[in-house]
Design a protein. Sequence first.
Length: 260
Amino acid sequence: MKTIDPQRTVRVMGILNLTPDSFYAPSRHNLAILDSGADIIDIGACSTRPGHTPVGAKEEWRRMKRTLVQISRDYPDLPLSIDTYWSEVVRRAYDIVGPFIVNDVTAGDADPQMLSTVAELGLTYIPMHHGPAENASDVLEWYAELTSKTEYQGIKDWILDPGFGFGKTVEQNFGVFHTLEKLQDAGHPVLVGISRKRMVWMPLGLTPDTAGEATQQLHFEALQRGADILRVHDVPETLRTLAQYAGAVPEEFREHSPKG
């Protein structure tokens, strides 16, 4: 495992779903997360759970607009990420809240105007890997091809998301997870979004509702393996995990940690 400084800056991205059908019900319309201490709030108005039905840009915007207006008024300095694959939603959101991170689970495949829009507005971009991958090297190969497109469009500031749960079996998810430190070779921040996902709860016979502790255990390992951003449902619990890793790593973990 590569040496990874536990004192590096790691950000916690809290999930705010403005949907009726996201897989973890407590994340739906949970505006309390705005005061949770998250470094970034990721706002989505269309579920991307397995088998979801896309609702289209207009419905996404209808669901999102009021909340963005409220956040712009009451939390003007709160960093935002918007989970969308529609350039129309990006432009409308930008008019209200200004710069934010674009979290695109299709990496520009759904909307041919997305990359040029992100570049024009000078936004940070998360083009998520989607599809099978046996390990992190497979993800890096995919990103190597994508980089030429993003750089051609003028996008320089982007974040790497290996796309846990998107087109991957549980075994493939863990193949990527257990080689996660390899993703540092891309030279971009690495986002890990595993919170309460199938790869966490299914092997243990749990459910999304009962997978909180198991999620934090994997968050700890993700930090050991170089995660720079954790996308989470449970912000206070994740902040405690981060504090434990950064400042009070238990002795039993030290021999396995990057600095051990």
